[in-house]
Design a protein around this ligand. Structure first.
Ligand SMILES: [Zn+2]
Length: 64
């Protein structure tokens, strides 16, 4: 049986510099590029939550 060869190019995480073969995640707003799953969970999601919270704070101030 023949397997369809998918090009497995190593990607490099823009945050930790580790090579990975997964699809990768958008590293914004932390970095402009892609990152590994670990950094996505540890760094990017935390940063996004922080941004959303800041946004909410600004909206509160704008209303007051
Ligand atoms: Zn990483």
């Amino acid at each position: 049986m023949e397997k369809t060869t998918t090009t497995k190019t190593d990607k490099i995480c823009t945050i930790c510099g580790t090579k990975f073969k997964e699809f990768g995640n958008n590293a914004m707003p932390v970095k402009d590029g892609i990152c590994c799953d670990k950094c996505n969970d540890d760094v990017v999601i935390t940063a996004r939550i922080r941004e959303i919270e800041l946004d909410r704070l600004f909206q509160k101030w704008a209303k007051a």
